[in-house]
Design a protein around this ligand. Structure first.
Ligand SMILES: NC(=O)c1ccc[n+]([C@@H]2O[C@H](COP(=O)([O-])OP(=O)(O)OC[C@H]3O[C@@H](n4cnc5c(N)ncnc54)[C@H](OP(=O)(O)O)[C@@H]3O)[C@@H](O)[C@H]2O)c1
Length: 269
């Protein structure tokens, strides 16, 4: 049972990491609201309430957040989890497709921050947890725009943290490694991969598919989120990855740039 019952909003509560976070936190006795673009009015699943929200639509975000505040009079914790993947050579991805990704992964969290911050400032407290990715640390081949979107989210979170700390609001970035979810099914991908990029792209996707298959249980990530919520002074960043994914972050700091690039290329060849 939670020591202090908190009102928690988790974007993207319908599947994967977001759903696991909602289930675990609701199980701890917190009042949890998950979101989905497809949520039905008054929908309750696994002990938490689902609200309709499309993070790419400002009015939808404002309405969902206002609904939670109307019911609970506060939001103690926001977990910005809703996100999309993308795959394809940088050259083959159209600006429109890249824009769609950023609309969900970067402008989405920004819209939700803007909707919850006035209430958190009024309360004089709040915790914002942004689900980024280990990929934010590297320009991953054929997932360049995913890396770029998560890197942008990290930098914005860092800036936001310095701006809202004075109001008693903590901002935390969580960088998961690979977890066993169905994110691969909804990844944006160009209809055509150019001949020149196809061999490299297909090999890299094979390697990625293999490693996702052996990835971790989403509840392990939910446990980290639970611990962050219980911590009085959370760290700015939590890396929830192991093995190669974790070592690579250190390797990038230590190795000359070209040597690190060679290591990444070899992994995906
Ligand atoms: N799985 C991994 O290995 C991994 C690793 C690192 C980081 N992450 C990050 O973790 C987060 C969750 O990923 P996941 O693996 O759990 O993916 P997932 O199973 O595909 O879940 C994505 C969630 O985001 C929601 N969503 C997508 N677009 C949305 C939009 N426009 N508005 C509102 N909600 C939207 C979906 O809800 P509806 O479709 O119901 O609207 C769904 O609940 C993402 O930010 C992802 O980048 C995942």
């Amino acid at each position: 049972m939670a020591t202090t019952r908190k009102v928690i909003l988790v974007t993207g509560g319908s599947s994967g990491l977001g759903k696991s976070i909602c289930v675990r936190l609701a199980g701890q006795g917190h009042t949890v609201y998950g979101t989905s673009r497809k949520a039905q009015p008054e929908e309750i699943t696994d002990g938490f309430r689902m609200v309709q929200m499309d993070v790419t639509d400002d009015a939808s975000v404002q309405k969902a957040v206002a609904g939670v505040i109307a019911r609970e009079s506060r939001i103690d914790v926001l977990v910005n989890n809703a996100g999309l993947g993308i795959q394809g050579p940088v050259e083959d991805i159209s600006p429109e497709m890249a824009q769609r990704l950023f609309d969900t992964n970067v402008w989405g969290p920004h819209r939700v921050w803007r909707a919850v911050l006035p209430a958190m400032r009024k309360q004089g407290s709040g915790l914002i947890i942004n689900i980024s990715s280990v990929a934010a640390n590297f320009g991953l081949p054929y997932r360049g725009f995913y890396s770029a979107s998560k890197a942008a989210l990290d930098r914005l979170s860092e800036a936001l943290s310095t701006e809202v700390d004075r109001f008693g609001i903590h901002v935390v970035t969580v960088q998961p490694g690979e977890f066993n979810t169905t994110i691969g099914d909804s990844r944006l991908r160009p209809e055509n991969i150019s001949e020149a990029h196809r061999p490299g792209y297909e090999k890299a996707m094979e390697v990625l598919g293999g490693s996702m298959h052996y990835s971790r249980d989403p509840d392990e990530l939910a446990q980290v989120v639970e611990r962050i919520i219980q911590t009085k002074e959370p760290r700015t960043r939590y890396i929830v990855a192991q093995g190669m994914q974790r070592i690579s972050i250190l390797a990038k700091k230590l190795l000359p740039g070209r040597m690190f690039e060679k290591m990444v290329r070899k992994h995906y060849e």
